[in-house]
Structures are given as C-alpha cells and as structure tokens.
Design a protein around this ligand. Structure first.
Ligand code: NAD
Length: 357
C-alpha cells in the first residue's frame, strides 16, 4: 500500500533516544551531555527501589528522589513534587516508570521548565509525546505543550522484563491503539504511518514470544522498539473514537487505563474499518482478517487480554450513560459517531464478544 498523499504536514520532536539492554546505567553520560548536575529521580512507591538504583547510576549528580508518582497525575502531587525539585535545587528530572511517573515528570516540567530524561518501564508511550493529562477535583484535563516533551529517552529492555504478564499484554495493546488510530488520523504523514505499521508489526511478532518467556531481554527489546514507534505516533498525530471512548469510560467509571484500551481497541477499529478500509488495510493484513477489528480481537484473545468491560466492574445498566457521554462532545472520527451504533459497540465490548461491525 502507498502512504503517499498529495498534501501533508509532518511534525517531529527533537528528542534524543538511546536504546539498548542496560543503557540505563549510562545515565551519568546523559546528565553530562545536558550539563546537568542535580538530578531529581521520580518513581511510584511500588518502584521506589529503582530510585535507589538510579541514584547510584547518577553518582554525585543525584540530589534526591520523589517516589510518590500517582495514577492520573493529581495536581496536588505534582505541586508537592515541584516544590521538592525547587527545594533541592534540581536542574533535571529523571522519570523512571510507566505513564504515571512520566506524567509526573511532565507536570513538574510544566511548572518549573526543568529538562527531563524519561526511562519508561511500560509500553504506554507517554515519554514520546508532548501530551499531559492531569486531574484535579475528580476532573481530568489534557493539554499538548512542547514544554512537557521529555528531551531524552532511555529505552532499556531490562526494565520492562519485570512487567507482570497481565500488564505486559494490556500495556502492549495500549501502545498498539496509538498506532492503529494513527493510521487514519487526519494529520497523519507518510512517516507517522510507516512508524505505526512497523510498531504494530513489532508487537504482533514479539508479544507471543514474550509471553512464552517474559524475562527474555532480547524479545522484550522488540516490544520496546514497538512501544517507541507507537508512542512516537501518538506524539505526532491526533486520536479519534478509540481514545475518546477510553477517556469517557475511564473517567466516568474510574476504569484502569491499559485494560480499558485493551478491551475497546478491536471494537473501535471494527467500527471505523468500513469508513477507511484502505488506511486500515495494514492492520487487516497483519492480523489476517478482512476486518481489522476482528483480526485484532482474535489476537488479543490468543494473548490472554481482558475482553469484557463487565470484568472491569462496568454494569450493563451503565452502557446507555456511556453511549450518551461518548456522543456528547462532537469530535472528529472517520465514521460519524452515532449514538445507537456506539451503544451496539459498547454492548459487544461489555460482553467480551467479537466486535459487532
Ligand atoms: P502506570 O505508570 O500507572 O503503572 C502502573 C503500575 O505498574 C504502577 O504501580 C507502576 O509502578 C507499576 N510498574 C510500571 N512498570 C513496571 C515494571 N516494569 N515492573 C513492575 N511494575 C511496574 O501505568 P501505565 O499504563 O504505563 O500508565 C498509565 C498512565 O499514563 C495513565 O494515567 C495514562 O493516562 C498515562 N498516559 C499518558 C500518555 C501521554 O502521552 N500523556 C500516554 C500513555 C499513557
């Protein structure tokens, strides 16, 4: 297939990426390159031991750690962490973790202007985007601002090798969702589409092998390569129905981020497939089904992904409200977002059935 279009605008961020098993141990070189001497290390409480390890890798360029990164980037946590950065005189942030920790780094950078080194330990892809979601008083707001894009990313497969199998599957599908929706984004470019297809291919090929031997660092490296590509797509182009549904469901019913993505993706793709068959043809080809959503559903099932919103605690009675919310704020999607069709989509996603379209 050809990605060529008569007109396009391609955007890419100036980001330094270092990739390789064990590359995290070279972080002192990265600090030196940046001219940074006072690194504040960020993690979640669950990954606090990584803060200690990174403190050693940074040597005398580490000034402290803040290990309270929290899901959904609450504003009060970000403000406390920003104060900590100022008190310690930090001149760089080192965020080691998944989307929650990298989100905290971005939130501090927004407030302080500090440069960031992101070291992802999941496939979510936040490190490769200028997007920041924050919550305050139960409300999530998202902004896109070049100021929050980490300037350096270290992709080290040894760090994702510890991801539990269930999170491996859901986090991978979360990443794949960025690539899949990127293929029909209005602001896509030939480069973003090439990255999207290659990212999906990398996950398709490596995920079954990762599940067979989760600690195999070489295979984990292939998945992390996919995560880099998929995250970079998210950073370059706009998203549509799938992401909107995930945000609506996640926000309204307090659902876990990666699991929600994993469940919704096949249904959203099936919904859109008829409107953009050529753009989704690479997904149909990769997952060997004329309907890309159905192909992906089968793949998700084979790798043991969660399939049903009912398993996340959504009640069937909530589906009407979810459908109303999904159509409440009009947004661009290749196929018009129609309330009854969305309700049908949600019913299949709730039951864990094959996509309805
Ligand atoms: P997460 O960062 O919330 O991590 C979930 C849990 O897994 C945490 O307890 C964490 O400590 C633990 N964990 C992470 N890596 C681990 C590893 N290798 N081994 C063992 N445990 C590990 O999960 P996530 O799915 O990466 O991030 C979700 C958040 O990121 C959401 O808030 C989402 O909105 C945001 N996000 C933002 C963007 C963006 O571009 N702004 C992109 C994707 C996700």
């Amino acid at each position: 297939m050809s990605f060529f279009r008569e007109q396009f605008t391609a955007r890419s961020a100036a980001v330094r990426v270092r990739f390789g098993a064990g590359v995290r141990k070279n972080i002192a070189e990265e600090l030196e390159t940046l001219g940074a001497e006072r690194a504040l290390i960020l993690t979640t409480p669950q990954q606090a031991e990584l803060a200690e390890a990174f403190s050693e890798y940074c040597g005398d360029r580490a000034v402290g750690a803040y290990t309270n990164a929290t899901m959904h980037t609450p504003v009060d946590v970000s403000e406390e962490a920003a104060r900590r950065a100022e008190e310690l005189g930090a001149d760089v942030l080192v965020a080691v973790g998944g989307g929650s920790t990298i989100g905290l780094g971005k939130a501090i950078a927004l407030r302080t202007g500090l440069p960031q080194i992101a070291v992802p330990t999941t496939y979510a892809g936040s490190e490769a985007t200028p997007i920041l979601g924050q919550t305050e008083n139960g409300q999530k707001t998202t902004q896109t601002n070049p100021k929050v894009q980490p300037g350096t990313i270290l992709y080290d497969a040894e760090l994702v090798a510890t991801l539990p199998v269930e999170m491996t599957v859901t986090s991978a599908l979360n990443a794949m969702a960025h690539a899949a929706e990127g293929l029909y984004a209005r602001d896509r470019s030939p480069i973003s589409s090439l990255m999207a297809v290659e990212g999906l291919r990398a996950f398709r090929d490596s995920l079954p092998r990762v599940l067979a031997s989760p600690e195999d660092v070489a295979t984990r490296g292939e998945t992390l390569y996919g995560a880099w590509l998929c995250g970079t797509v998210l950073g370059q182009v706009g998203m549509a129905l799938h992401h909107k549904l995930c945000h609506t469901l996640g926000g309204s019913f307090n659902l876990p981020h990666a699991e929600t993505h994993a469940i919704i993706l096949p249904h959203a793709l099936a919904y859109n497939a008829g409107a953009v068959p050529e753009l989704l043809a690479p997904v149909a080809e990769l997952f060997e089904d004329d309907n890309p959503g159905r192909g992906l559903y089968r793949f998700a099932k084979e790798i043991g992904a969660p399939l049903a919103l009912s398993d996340l605690g959504v009640s069937e009675a909530d589906l009407d409200k979810a459908a109303d919310l999904a159509v409440a704020n009009p947004y661009w999607n290749p196929r018009p977002v129609e309330r009854d069709a969305i309700r049908t989509l949600l019913q299949a996603a709730w039951s864990g059935d094959m996509p309805a379209f």
